[in-house]
Ligand binder design. Structure first.
Ligand code: ADP
Ligand code: MG
Ligand code: ZN
Length: 521
């Protein structure tokens, strides 16, 4: 729905001067299982509408659901990675409501018996401090289908001529991860929200349970925000006065689908709430929609805490009761904590904080590690992934890993290219040309080098001749080098390389020049 009126907002600093923000974040993650939560239908993204459906996920009478074991294991692993307790026995529940893209008219979810509860995730903030996000619960449920409203200008139902519904997504396993009310973030609340969703995404990716593509909706965040009057320093955990102030009324901004939007939406709601409250108004407990283009939220539907979904235990599914041994086995499959891993890798390669930030911003950490595992060096892997490949990915407006997969540049190929340089077959310039060929889909580095006839001239006579010419042409520089100014050799190397039209090894040219002038390298 588009609104014609614009809500009043208070400036951020002004809002924070009078109020203490409290947040609650609900994150839905679509699991990357091959089949749906309660049936054997495929889950491939982008398939023809209604081709991945069956009587169970269409809610036809008499169809019986069966729990996806891999989804339950993923849920337990997520719970463990979030330091949660795992229920030794829990059930699914029916959450009853009518929605056109939910064919059963109830969602199979979990209610008062979630699979995982009472955990936390420590998130690192930009100033180097850590904020502990307390997790209320992580529970299993299923996704809904998708409606497509045709004929209107907005893509929303208002003004549409007709609507289509695609049930391919109905029944895909979802994990909903809900935080406790987050207090004490103060002015850093928007940053905490963004950092938490980012850290959660990194963790889920490391667990390998989801492709966590926010832009495709496989990870979505609902951001609850409320304000309460500020009492002293709200970020001081011993400030009993602030802790005693009851929470204000929250709004729930739905389906925010990028990290940046999470931060902006929380910030916007703080400013909007503050304007309402400071003018004596009260906040309506409701859902809100985030508008990426205009940077505002608009009213959705009113939603009270007493909403009655007529939850009751799902009679068609057996309870989930993982044994303690199974849970411990799954704990053994957890990946290294991403933050710990980042610090370890940075120290291992001796990267500065700035270099590390570049690597992370480029999304290149895994690629670099895999390149090293394939025989490359840290410096070489970093140079190639952050250089030519990142530049091309940027041009194609694609994340690095996605671009690499698409054009077929693998960590193995990068390691191979490095090998061609270190073995002396290619120099740097030639390697760049080979890289270009690889990115253009001409094959592996060796294939490209072969096809283009790229090989350093092994002909030492030609190189030697070029060196003699260049030394004769530059008696002053030659004299300096003879006198011990070895750095001056750089100028000669450049000229030798030019004589050789780039087809020579610069390191070799250097040692031959020094030898010719009778100095030690
Ligand atoms: P709902 O059914 O409305 O989605 P949930 O319990 O699933 O309710 O999620 C509510 C979220 O909002 C939780 O993260 C919770 O911690 C948080 N929350 C609850 N009360 C407040 C409040 N007053 N201000 C901010 N967040 C809140
Ligand atoms: Mg919820
Ligand atoms: Zn199905």
């Amino acid at each position: 729905m588009s609104t014609t009126t614009t809500d009043a907002v208070l400036g951020y600093d002004e809002a924070l001067a009078s109020y203490d923000p409290v947040m609650g974040l609900e994150v839905h993650v679509e699991l990357g299982t091959a089949t749906k939560m309660f049936c054997g239908c495929a889950t491939t993204f982008g398939a023809e509408p209604n081709t991945q459906v069956c009587p169970v996920c269409l809610g036809l009478p008499g169809a019986l659901p069966v729990v996806n074991e891999v989804a339950v294991e993923s849920a337990i692993r997520i719970g463990l990675a979030l330091h949660c307790d795992i229920a030794s026995w829990c059930r699914f529940a029916r959450k009853n409501y009518f929605y056109p893209d939910m064919p059963k008219n109830f969602q199979t979810s979990q209610y008062d018996e979630p699979i995982a509860f009472d955990g936390y995730l420590d998130v690192e903030l930009e100033d180097g401090t850590t904020y502990r996000v307390e997790i209320e619960r992580a529970h299993m449920e299923e996704d809904t289908g998708k409606s497509l409203h045709v004929g209107g200008s907005t893509g929303r139902i208002h003004g549409a001529e007709y609507s289509l519904v695609d049930y391919n997504r109905a029944g895909i396993p979802l994990i909903e991860i809900v935080t406790k009310p987050l207090v004490g973030a103060g002015e850093r609340a928007p940053e905490v929200a963004k950092a938490y969703v980012g850290a959660l995404r990194e963790l889920l990716r490391a667990l390998g349970v989801s492709d966590v593509k926010m832009e495709q909706g496989s990870m979505r965040c609902d951001a609850n925000v409320s304000l309460r009057p500020k009492a002293g320093d709200p970020t001081d955990p011993r400030n009993a006065e602030q802790l005693a102030v009851p929470f204000g009324t929250r709004t729930e901004t739905k389906n925010v689908n990028s990290l940046r939007s999470v931060e902006r939406a929380v910030r916007y709601e703080i400013c909007r709430h503050a304007a309402v409250l400071s003018s004596g108004g009260s906040i309506l407990q409701e859902t809100r929609h985030w508008h990426e283009d205009t940077g505002v939220t608009t009213s959705g539907r009113e939603k009270s805490d007493a909403e009655d979904y007529r939850y009751f235990p799902e009679p068609d599914l057996v309870p989930v009761a993982p044994s303690a041994e199974r849970v411990e086995e799954l704990r053994g499959t957890l990946p290294e904590d991403p933050a710990v891993r980042r610090r370890r890798v940075q120290a291992e390669h001796g990267w500065s904080d700035l270099e590390m930030r570049d690597v992370l911003n480029a999304g290149a950490l895994d690629l670099i590690e895999e390149t090293i595992a394939a025989g490359g060096t840290a410096a070489g892997a970093k140079k190639w992934w952050l250089g030519e490949v990142a530049r091309r990915a940027n041009e194609a407006n694609q994340p690095l890993t996605e671009y690499a997969t698409q054009v077929g540049v693998t960590p193995g190929a990068i390691a191979e290219l490095e090998g061609l340089v270190s073995s002396g077959r290619l120099n740097d310039k030639m390697a760049r040309e080979v890289m270009g060929g690889v990115l253009d889909g001409e094959g592996t580095p060796t294939q490209v080098a072969d096809a283009r006839g790229l090989e350093l001239v092994e002909d030492d006579d030609a190189l030697q001749a070029a060196i003699t010419t260049v030394i004769e042409r530059n008696p002053d520089i030659a004299e300096k080098i003879r006198g011990g100014k070895v750095q001056a050799a750089g100028a000669l190397i450049g000229q030798v390389m030019k004589e050789m039209k780039g087809q020579a090894d610069a390191g070799k040219a250097r040692s031959l020049i020094l030898a010719a002038l009778g100095v030690e390298g």
